[in-house]
Design a binder for this molecule. Structure first.
Ligand SMILES: Nc1ncnc2c1ncn2[C@@H]1O[C@H](COP(=O)(O)OP(=O)(O)OP(=O)(O)O)[C@@H](O)[C@H]1O
Ligand SMILES: [Mg+2]
Length: 474
């Protein structure tokens, strides 16, 4: 459970916020002043701090400085009222994760909290390369194949530089893991690491998310907002799924890479920024260029150092290592003895095509373990786990219809109801979109493709149905 520390002198806010966050499943500690908050943080470091700017005694900015000194990788969200946004911006430039303006928009602050917790986890959990099991501290990139050796060498070669790196490979091949390893082995490993998924943010918001905006830049821009790139000052920005970035933003990105500066939306000031960019994509950039969807100049700027992750089917020699690693990891997570795996089952793993690459292998083994009764995983266990999803899909439509009809009859038997039709459709829509997201491990561009809808439409549905997105096993 993640622990969140709230530092605010407003008793009412502390109480209501504590209740809200506890309901969301977080552990909460509170302090009414910077001094007491810092004392508590020194005793036990939380996973996230929510810090008010205007405090009695030590002000928020000073409190931020001290917290940052105690644990530079502890994400801090600044809470500010309208009048004090400049201080919040100041703290953000010094490395605070983000700021939120009172009164809070609850879904927005909860989403910022989730992002900050994830950023903190990424920053603190190291990614080792091919470590022996007894040395593993955090996550580890497994693989001894020549192709993976090349990946390790590339990570090593660029570790002392600030070079932009492009990570390419099929879905589930480990691009994000490599990006995190690049960060942990870089000279900026003590500075922030921010992940921006170009697909997860609707096109219309991506520009302001990345570059920020000035007050009055558009209707609703009631105050200045610092973008993610400025927030990551001194650190590293991971631009995931860059192949999906809209063209107008690609131009701004190119400028950032070439001139190391940005302009906020609606602003004239050129702001120098010091960030290292790591980008990743599973798209065929060359084809996107030919189709006029990706800028060639940006492509050349990005591709200087490219790390290619081979698909799993091209390095089958790594499969037994990966399988052993996932089995011991998931067994320990499930609190069970690792049952091992039979030779036949392992051969099957090695000869499977794994279109979803390592993510698919890892999901399969996790599923097989959940249903395992203690004996070494057999061919049947693995087949069962692999076909599980497919079987769910092919569940006979008749059987499904019977269940749905029964449920609908119960609904109708309750008599006249307002918007019954719409509510029912929304219910099914939510299940459909939710399942598509589950199946794709939270990958929204894949889910949109699967559902035959555009990404903005998918986003609108996610909002409408208030779906919580779980990204697949990490
Ligand atoms: N070499 C590896 N060793 C151990 N685990 C790995 C390795 N490669 C990938 N994984 C695990 O597989 C899962 C998928 O990897 P990751 O998210 O990095 O893929 P990706 O290439 O970014 O996929 P996508 O294109 O779908 O975003 C993660 O849980 C990751 O930790
Ligand atoms: Mg990824």
């Amino acid at each position: 459970m993640s622990t969140i520390m709230i530092i605010d002198d407003d008793d009412q806010l502390r109480i209501s916020f504590e209740r809200l966050l506890k309901e969301e499943g977080y552990g909460v500690r509170t302090a009414p002043s910077g001094e007491s908050g810092i004392r508590m943080i020194t005793e036990a470091i939380p996973d996230l701090v929510l810090l008010d700017v205007r405090l009695p005694g030590m002000n928020g900015l000073e409190a931020y400085r001290q917290i940052h000194r105690i644990e530079p990788k502890l994400p801090v969200i600044i809470m500010t009222a309208f009048g004090t946004t400049e201080t919040a911006i100041e703290a953000t430039k010094m490395g605070a994760f983000d700021y939120v303006i009172k009164p809070f928009d609850i879904p927005q602050i909860l989403s910022t909290i989730r992002q900050a917790l994830e950023a903190g986890r990424f920053m603190r959990s190291p990614v080792d390369m091919d470590a022996s099991p007894d040395k593993i501290k955090g996550e580890v990139i497994i693989g001894k194949s020549p192709a993976m050796q090349e990946v390790y060498k590339a990570i090593g070669r660029v570790s002392a530089t600030d070079a932009t790196v492009l990570v390419r490979g099929e879905s589930g091949s480990g691009k994000e893991l490599v990006a995190r390893a690049l960060y942990h082995h870089s000279v900026r490993s003590d500075k922030p690491f921010l992940v921006i998924n170009c697909v997860a943010i609707p096109d219309t918001l991506l520009e302001s998310e990345l570059f920020g905006y000035e007050k009055g830049a558009f209707t609703g821009a009631t105050h200045r907002r610092v973008g993610k790139i400025e927030q990551a000052t001194g650190g590293t920005v991971f631009l995931d799924e860059i192949g999906d970035m809209p063209l107008n933003l690609q131009a701004k990105m190119l400028r950032l890479l070439q001139e190391k500066s940005i302009e906020r939306l609606g602003g004239r000031e050129t702001i120098p920024v010091d960030v290292r960019i790591i980008a990743a994509t599973n798209r065929n950039l060359e084809r996107l260029i030919a189709d006029g969807q990706f800028r060639e100049d940006l492509y050349y700027r990005l591709k200087v150092i490219t790390i290619w992750l081979p698909p799993l089917r091209e390095r089958t020699g790594d499969i037994p290592l990966l399988a052993d690693y996932f089995l011991s990891r998931y067994a320990s997570e499930l609190g069970i003895e690792n049952p091992g795996i039979t030779r036949e089952a392992m051969s099957m793993l090695v000869s499977s095509p794994w279109p979803g690459n390592i993510r698919e292998l890892s999901n399969t083994l996790q599923k097989a373990l959940i249903f395992n009764r203690g004996a070494p995983l057999s061919l049947a266990d693995i087949t069962q786990a692999t076909v599980d999803d497919a079987k769910n899909h092919h569940l006979s439509e008749d059987a499904c219809d019977d269940q749905v009809r029964a449920w609908i009859r119960t609904l109708l038997s309750k008599g006249e109801q307002e918007n019954l039709f719409e509510n029912c459709m929304d219910h099914f829509g939510g299940v459909l979109v939710g399942e598509a997201l589950n199946l794709t491990g939270g990958n929204r561009s894949q889910a949109a493709r699967l559902l035959g809808m555009s990404r903005p439409t998918l986003h609108a549905k996610i909002d409408k149905y208030q779906l919580k997105i779980e990204t697949s096993v990490r």
